[in-house]
Design a protein around this ligand. Structure first.
Ligand code: ZN
Length: 268
């Protein structure tokens, strides 16, 4: 974990626990080239060092493919899907194939992706736990999007929409870099007849160049030997009071922060 993922972990942990909720760890590993078993062990160890125990077993999206296939079948039965054979160069600025394929009734070509149709009058509004009221004119801002990639892998939007839906999860707390994905996922949940969870988007940590901290951008891992320091930094970045300096161990520091937790203090 780097400082950004620790902040998301601490924020979602405190927010769940403050409502007497469970807190689950899910590994989004549907994109096999990115899934590394050692990194899962490292995440678990780092969470443990930081006094962040998750409930139940680790969940892996790669174990949920039946669930995603079922969702695709359901969308297909409704006539919500179409095959898209557009190349990257043919796509419009929003990544949409501008309905060029929607009317052509493409067959299941080996190189086709599957897209979901978004009616032009689609509006999505939700009350974010930290950002307040959010709304999108989805039909205009982001049109038909990919739910199964041309390489046959399930798209992140589909997998997350299915796994994040209530009653599988009741609350999703994550970085605001994913705020653009939320209306697409809520749209899919509605088309699938699933209830949406409550969403909350936390601030993200950026590097000197203004990019979100990420492993791909070379962000360094938090030092598991100094968990209290790391937790203090995360709690402060979440706009919460700084834990007293006499609290040295992660569990008591988090217990103190849990008692002070106030979602309205989280910076927007
Ligand atoms: Zn297309």
């Amino acid at each position: 974990m780097h400082a950004g993922s620790l902040l998301a972990a601490v924020g979602s942990f405190l927010h769940a626990r403050a409502q007497n909720g469970h807190w689950h760890l899910r590994i989004d590993d549907i994109d096999p080239p990115r899934a590394v078993p050692e990194s899962v062990a490292a995440i678990q160890k780092s969470l443990e060092c930081h006094g962040l125990p998750f409930d139940g077993d680790v969940q892996y999206q790669s174990h949920h493919t039946v669930r995603y296939e079922h969702a695709l079948n359901r969308l297909n039965e409704r006539g919500d899907l179409f095959y898209c054979v557009c190349t990257r160069a043919m796509l419009g600025p929003t990544g949409s194939c501008q309905n060029a394929c929607a009317d052509k009734n493409q067959t299941n070509a080996a190189s086709a992706s599957l897209r979901v149709k978004v009616p032009p009058d689609t509006f999505i509004t939700l009350d974010d736990d930290f950002l307040g009221s959010q709304s999108w004119h989805l039909g205009q801002q982001l049109s038909d999007f990919v739910v199964r990639r041309r390489d046959g892998l399930y798209a992140y939007q589909l997998a997350a929409a299915v796994d994040d839906a209530a009653p599988l999860a009741t609350q999703v707390t994550r970085g605001s870099d994913l705020l653009d994905s939320t209306p697409r996922q809520v749209f899919l949940q509605r088309r699938l007849g699933l209830s949406s969870p409550q969403y909350g988007h936390l601030p993200i940590i950026k590097d000197q160049n203004g990019f979100k901290l990420s492993k791909q951008q070379g962000a360094t891992a938090v030092d598991d030997d100094h968990p209290a320091n790391n937790l203090r930094g995360a709690v402060r970045a979440l706009g919460q009071p700084s834990p007293p300096s006499n609290l040295k161990d992660p569990a008591s520091l988090l217990a103190w922060s849990l008692a002070q937790w106030d979602p309205s203090r989280v910076p927007r």
